[in-house]
Ligand binder design. Structure first.
Ligand SMILES: *Cc1c(COP(=O)(O)O)cnc(C)c1O
Length: 379
């Protein structure tokens, strides 16, 4: 997340606001903390298992395996699938760096693919064109809260004989043709970083899957590759990536609020759509997709000026993301070609304030500022 430093008290519309969320669940968190101090079971245990069941149910998968963060979840999925040195993994270049980072951490080679101009999500035709005999998987990133075209990607993955993995770190509860994020591919990767749609009070992550063997491998790998039956026998080379019990308690409490918070995000988007200037539109939503609007992204050719005008009006904005992964210095060695759709979008995208407790008055205030803007309509 781009954390725009909040400047004093002049901010009238923050980019995001976690305090209102925390206030809603505060009593539940305080009693969870007291219970935890009583049991002193700080890592793993019943609190974590309860949340894992709740999360699998919510996503419509048989299993959820909690981990330390959303980068580990993606890295562990790839490793558990046996993907490593010599393998290529296709990823959209327009994503948070962690998607590509996880591929490198697993020992594999990221290959970057361009995105569709309307949704800015991975282009299935370009995924298909990028498949080589070394390709082992494609990571569908459900960026901004909208699922990528999973019908087309599933067909491409089946034809190519590669794994379809979902990076759902921005898409808790989003659907594609009625199926939830994390339930379509072989496994889904979630982050519970505080700013995500479902956020812990620290770092956290989870993997969803309906593959029993994969779930068992992942449970072992997140805990030093331990055997299920003997904690001093290590069957696999794992890592330490476990969810703290306190974070599981926070996530269980917030999960009860998630559908209401998503509905509030959708209301804010509907208002933006009504009130934004005609020349400034939110990125497209595919008819098969029901997004959860992690971010509200518009495009403008005069982005820096528009950002400055909004900042002067007390409105915080962000850019997700200003540099596509294939142009980030450590990843250039994996880049093969220009990816013009994502490169152009990176210069034009602007993320408007978006969080569940954003009020209608605040959305109108942002839209009024954009109507008054000289840069928005400038040609
Ligand atoms: C946040 C995010 C991640 C990484 O999650 P962390 O919990 O911060 O490690 C991965 N992919 C995407 C698309 C994200 O937005």
């Amino acid at each position: 997340m781009t954390a725009t430093a909040s400047r004093a008290t002049s901010i009238r519309v923050p980019f995001a606001d976690l305090q209102a969320q925390t206030a809603e669940v505060r009593p539940a968190l305080e009693s969870a903390w007291r219970d935890l101090l009583d049991t002193s079971r700080f890592v793993g245990g019943a609190t974590v298992e309860t949340f894992e069941h709740e999360w699998a149910d919510y996503c419509g998968t048989r299993f959820a395996v909690s981990v330390g963060n959303g980068t580990d979840s993606l890295t562990l999925i790839l490793r558990a699938l046996g993907i490593g040195p010599g393998d290529e993994v296709l990823v959209p270049t327009n994503t948070f760096i962690a998607t590509a980072e996880a591929v490198v951490l697993a020992g594999a080679t990221p290959r970057f693919v361009d995105v569709l101009p309307g949704t800015l999500l991975v282009d299935p035709a370009q995924v298909e064109a990028a498949v080589t005999p070394r390709t082992a998987a494609v990571v569908a990133v459900h960026l901004f809260g909208q699922m990528a075209d999973m019908t087309a990607l599933a067909a491409v993955a089946a034809r190519a004989g590669i794994a379809l993995v979902e990076d759902a770190a921005q898409a808790h509860g989003a659907t594609w043709e009625g199926q939830r994020a994390g339930s379509v591919g072989v496994a889904g990767s979630f982050s519970f970083y505080p700013g995500k749609n479902l956020g812990a009070n620290g770092d956290g992550g989870a993997i969803t899957t309906s593959d029993e063997c994969l779930a068992a491998r992942l449970r072992s790998m997140r805990d030093h590759g331990r055997s299920e039956t003997d904690r001093y026998v290590h069957d696999l080379i794992g890592t330490n990536s476990r969810l703290d019990a306190i974070q599981a308690a926070v996530l269980s409490a917030k999960l009860k609020r998630l559908d209401d918070w998503t509905a509030a995000r959708r209301r804010a988007v509907a208002l933006y759509r009504e009130e934004l200037p005609g020349t400034l539109q939110l990125v497209d939503e595919a008819p098969q997709a029901r997004g959860v609007h992690h971010l509200a992204v518009v495009r403008t050719a005069h982005r820096e000026e528009v950002m400055a005008e909004l900042a002067a009006a007390g409105i915080e904005t962000g850019i997700h993301y200003p540099v596509p992964c294939h142009l980030q210095e450590p990843y250039r060695e994996f880049a093969r070609e220009a990816l013009p759709v994502a490169e152009r979008a990176a210069r034009e995208i602007l993320s408007l304030p978006m969080f569940p407790h954003l009020t209608a008055a605040q959305v109108s205030f942002v839209c009024d500022a954009l109507h008054a803007s000289r840069a928005v309509d400038a040609r």
